[in-house]
Ligand binder design. Structure first.
Ligand code: HEM
Length: 407
C-alpha cells in the first residue's frame, strides 16, 4: 500500500512529467539500450524512430500514475498492453530494469526539481504499477501455454501457402512444423512473428492479426508490404516477408493474443469498418460469423485506395450466400478508371458520417474498426457524433496506440 503522502507526490508530479513526457522516455530508451543492448532484439525499431512507442509508454505510465490509488479503473488499458507484452515475450525480470532507467531518465530531465522525495515516491509507484502488469501477464502466459494446442514462447511454423491478395498485401498460411494441434483464438487476435533477417543486426518481432476464422488447420496472416516514403523508411520485416519468404520456409510465432476481439455473446448487429490492411482482423471476424452465427446482421465496410490495392474482395463476396443478413460496401478513395467502369465500389472518397448513415441502418449495434490512424480518427469522430456509446466502439491500432480524442 502506498502512503497518502506518496500518492499526493505522484499525482502532483504527473503534470510536470507529462510536459517532459517524450523527452523523459527518449532519454529512458537511450539509457536502457546502452546498458541492456540485448533488449534491442525485442523492441520494434521502426516504432522507436516514429516516436510512437515513446509516446505510448509515457502515456501509459502517467495514466497509471494518475490512477495510482484506484488502479482497477485502468485495467482495460493494462490488459491491452499486457497482451502485447505476453505476445512478445516480456518477462517479470525485465520490469526492474525498465523501472531503474525510467527513474534515472526522470532525474536527468528534471534535474534539481527531481528531489529525493519525488524519486522515492516514483520508485514505489512504479513497483505497484509493474506488479499489476506482471500479475496479469503471468496469468496470460499460463493460459496460452495450458490451453489445448497452446505453447510457450515461439514455435516453428511452415509457410504452407503464400497467396497474393492485392498489389501490396499477401497472405501466409502457416502450419506448425511439429505437426501438433493449433491453439484456438478469438477473432481479432494477433500473433507475434520473430525473424532473423540476413544482414540485420537485431532480431525483429512484429504483430500480425490472424485473418481467418479459428478452427482451421492453419493460421493465416496477411501482410502489407510497407514501401518507403519520404517521412517513413520501408518496412524491413514486411518487405522481407514479401520478397524473400517462400512456401516451405519457417516462421517463428508466439501463441495468439490481443484484446480486440469480437463479442460473440452480444446478439446485436455487427458493423465492421476497415481501411487497407486493417481488413485482416475483420476477415477473421466475418469468417467466424459465417461459420458460427450466420443469421447475425453484419454490415461490412472496407475502404481502399483503389481496386488494385483492395485485398480479399472475392473472399468477402463469397461469404454473401452464407450470411443472408450481410451487407457489403467498398469505398475507394482514388478509384482507377477501370474501377469506375466496373462499378466495383459503392462510395468514392473518404468515409463520412452522412454516407455511413445511409448504409448503417441502426445505431444499436457493435462497431469494430481498424485501419490507418487517419481512418480511425474519422470513424471514431463520426460514430461519437452519431451518439454511439464508447462501450459499443471497439478498435485496434497497428503499432502503439494513439489517442483518438486529442483531435
Ligand atoms: C509495448 C507500456 C514495461 C517492452 C508497450 C506499449 C505500452 C507499454 C503502452 C504499447 C502497446 C501497444 O502496442 O498498443 C509499458 C508500461 C510498462 C512497460 C506502462 C511498465 C509498467 C515493459 C517492459 C518491457 C517492455 C519491462 C521489456 C523490457 C515492450 C515492447 C513493446 C511494448 C517490446 C512493443 C512495442 C515495440 O516494440 O515498439 N508497452 N510497458 N515494456 N513494451 Fe512495454
Amino acid at each position: 500500500m502506498l502512503s497518502k503522502e506518496t500518492i499526493r507526490i505522484i499525482k502532483s508530479t504527473v503534470p510536470v512529467l507529462e510536459i517532459h513526457g517524450v523527452n523523459i522516455t527518449k532519454r529512458f530508451y537511450q539509457l536502457l539500450f546502452l546498458n541492456h543492448p540485448e533488449l534491442l532484439h525485442i523492441f520494434n525499431h521502426a516504432n522507436q524512430k516514429q516516436e510512437r512507442q515513446q509516446t505510448a509508454l509515457a502515456n501509459a505510465v502517467y495514466a497509471a500514475a494518475m490512477h495510482i490509488d484506484h488502479l482497477p479503473a485502468i485495467l482495460p488499458a493494462v490488459k491491452q498492453i499486457a497482451h502485447k507484452h505476453r505476445s512478445i515475450g516480456i518477462q517479470a525480470e525485465h520490469y526492474p530494469i525498465v523501472g531503474k532507467y525510467l527513474l534515472v531518465a526522470i532525474q536527468d530531465v528534471l534535474g534539481e526539481a527531481a528531489t529525493e522525495e519525488i524519486i522515492a515516491a516514483w520508485a514505489e509507484a512504479y513497483k505497484v504499477i509493474a506488479d499489476v502488469f506482471i500479475g496479469m501477464e503471468a496469468g496470460m502466459y499460463e493460459q496460452s501455454a495450458r490451453q489445448a494446442g497452446g505453447w510457450e514462447g515461439y514455435r516453428d511454423f511452415v509457410v504452407k501457402r503464400k497467396v497474393k491478395e492485392s498489389d501490396v498485401i499477401s497472405s501466409f498460411y502457416l502450419v506448425p512444423r511439429d505437426g501438433g494441434p493449433l491453439a484456438g483464438f478469438e477473432p481479432g487476435q494477433y500473433v507475434s512473428v520473430k525473424l532473423e533477417i540476413p544482414g540485420e543486426e537485431y532480431t525483429q518481432i512484429r504483430q500480425y492479426s490472424l485473418s481467418d476464422a479459428p478452427g482451421k488447420p492453419y493460421y493465416r496472416i496477411s501482410v502489407k508490404r510497407e514501401e518507403g516514403h519520404p517521412d517513413r523508411p520501408a518496412g524491413k520485416v514486411s518487405v522481407y516477408l514479401h520478397r524473400q519468404v517462400k512456401e516451405g520456409d519457417i516462421l517463428r510465432l508466439s501463441a495468439p493474443g490481443g484484446a480486440f476481439t469480437l463479442n460473440r455473446e452480444d446478439p446485436r448487429p455487427v458493423v465492421l469498418i476497415s481501411g487497407g490492411v486493417g481488413i485482416t482482423p475483420m476477415m477473421s471476424m466475418l469468417n467466424t460469423l459465417a461459420d458460427t452465427d450466420p443469421q447475425r446482421p453484419v454490415i461490412f465496410i472496407h475502404t481502399a485506395v483503389n481496386g488494385n490495392m483492395h485485398a480479399m474482395r472475392e473472399e468477402v463476396k463469397s461469404l454473401l450466400p452464407k450470411l443472408p443478413h450481410l451487407s457489403v460496401y467498398f469505398c475507394y478513395t482514388r478509384p482507377t478508371d477501370s474501377d469506375k467502369t466496373a462499378r466495383v465500389h459503392h462510395h468514392e472518397g473518404y468515409l463520412n458520417l452522412p454516407w455511413m448513415k445511409t448504409v448503417i441502418p441502426t445505431t444499436d449495434a457493435q462497431f469494430y474498426f481498424c485501419g490507418p490512424v487517419s481512418l480511425m480518427k474519422t470513424v471514431y469522430r463520426a460514430l461519437k457524433t452519431w451518439g454511439i456509446p464508447a462501450a459499443d466502439m471497439h478498435y485496434e491500432f497497428f503499432g502503439p496506440a494513439v489517442s483518438l480524442d486529442d483531435v
